[in-house]
Design a protein. Structure first.
Length: 131
């Protein structure tokens, strides 16, 4: 639903997912929270989205899962970029790259897309070390 722009149904889906998870302080819980944060960002509720993502980073550290932190940093970079804080966005992308290098994901690159106020998009491909 999220990809189709049906934020009402997507929100219901993610909230239902959270209600079915026994422990929201888990990878599964953070996936649902991340989805909700993305919806809030797309609706323009940047402060709400930012708080959810920062909470997800805290959870990632509690459960020692760097993937969550990496994805949250990517999303926070998008928010920074929307707000015109390009330097902050780049700093977060560099942090995401550092995490990517630590976990050595199966991908050889970390594609990061930042929307621009001009409605154009630019993509930064951050190459990671090959395993």
């Amino acid at each position: 639903y999220q990809e189709l722009g049906d934020w009402t149904k997507a929100t219901e889906h993610f909230k239902r997912s959270l209600s079915l998870i026994n422990n929201p302080v888990s990878y599964e819980g953070t996936v649902a929270i991340h989805g909700l944060a993305q919806i809030e960002r797309m609706k323009g509720n940047l402060n709400v989205a930012r708080k959810m993502l920062l909470d997800n980073i805290d959870i990632s550290r509690q459960i020692n899962d760097l993937r969550i932190e990496r994805y949250a940093l990517q999303e926070l970079a998008i928010i920074d970029d929307i707000e015109g804080k390009v330097d902050d966005a780049i700093e977060k992308l560099n942090s995401a790259l550092s995490i990517e290098n630590k976990i050595k994901n199966s991908n050889n690159f970390l594609p990061l897309i930042l929307p621009k106020k001009s409605n154009h998009f630019f993509i930064i491909l951050l190459l990671t070390e090959s395993s």
